[in-house]
Design a protein around this ligand. Structure first.
Ligand code: LER
Ligand code: MN
Length: 267
């Protein structure tokens, strides 16, 4: 099991970006705790100095399994399903601008909240059509680089578009691109899936990435989710990707990251 944890490269409102603040200090801690990788939350690749980032990631012998993109929604309001065509275009271009960074580190590009929500006055079918169009364009742009995109079903309190695995699988069929799959997150699945393990098994080969947090979004082991059975279900799909910690920095990022890796290693 390859383990990573989320680190934001910029200040972010998103609370479950486990590490924020000084990049090098955080990468050093993540490596020291025994993680194999750091999942990077990048609002805008223009704000990142790729050479500097690459040097630090190499220095601490870490991989970058995935790039989170949701801050473009959280901080700037960009989305694939905004009624304003300029905003939709900016969201698509923003995702495409992650491709060179993803190609450099061989990372998956995460499609989280940048998909947006169904805005008032917009029909759900219209939002879905915009979403599918955007995902096709981005998947097609990433394909020549061998880069995969993973859409994350997110719980109903954060979005009205794609809350569960069934909807995620339907979307995959409609987008119809081999390099487009799913990111499953145990925190969201705990709210939306009837039986988490069954949903993991049903997603099978379409699972490109996996986020872990416990029921309370603290580190695994701090709540009531059954990580042994969820990870067994994941293994039964022949998953060869990463298990990435995305949990609240509570009581603080370092303690949470350490407790999580100790707990997951026991599994
Ligand atoms: C991001 O990976 C996530 O899980 C969402 O809750 C972001 O709001
Ligand atoms: Mn997540």
């Amino acid at each position: 099991m390859k383990l990573s944890v989320v680190l934001s490269t910029q200040p972010a409102q998103f609370q479950a970006a486990t590490f924020k603040g000084n990049l090098e200090t955080n990468l050093a801690s993540i490596a020291a705790f025994g993680y194999n990788g750091a999942e990077l939350a990048i609002r805008d690749p223009k704000l990142v100095e790729l050479d500097h980032l690459d040097k630090l990631v190499r220095k601490y012998k870490l991989k970058v399994p995935a790039i989170g993109t949701g801050q473009a929604w959280g901080e700037e309001g960009l989305s694939f399903t905004d009624p304003d065509a300029m905003v939709r275009r900016a969201a698509i271009e923003r995702i495409k601008s992650h491709i060179p960074v993803a190609a450099h580190f061989q990372s998956i590009i995460i499609i989280g909240l940048i998909r947006g929500i169904v805005k008032p006055g917009i029909r759900a079918e219209q939002a879905m059509d915009w979403l599918i169009e955007a995902l096709r364009e981005c998947s097609e742009a990433a394909q020549p680089y061998g880069i995969r995109l993973a859409l994350e079903p997110i719980n109903r309190y954060e979005t009205t578009l794609i809350n569960n695995a069934t909807q995620g699988l339907e979307l995959i069929a409609r987008v119809g691109a081999d390099n487009f799959g799913l990111l499953l997150d145990t925190f969201h699945m705990n709210m939306e899936e009837p039986v988490i393990e069954d949903s993991i098994r049903s997603c099978g080969k379409h699972i490109f990435h996996f986020h872990v947090a416990d029921s309370n979004r603290w580190y695994p082991g701090a709540g009531h989710l059954n990580f042994r059975s969820m990870l067994e279900a994941l293994a039964s799909t022949d998953y060869s990707g990463w298990v990435s910690g995305e949990f609240l920095p509570k009581p603080d990022a370092e303690t949470a990251a350490q407790k999580s890796i100790m707990y997951l290693h026991q599994m």
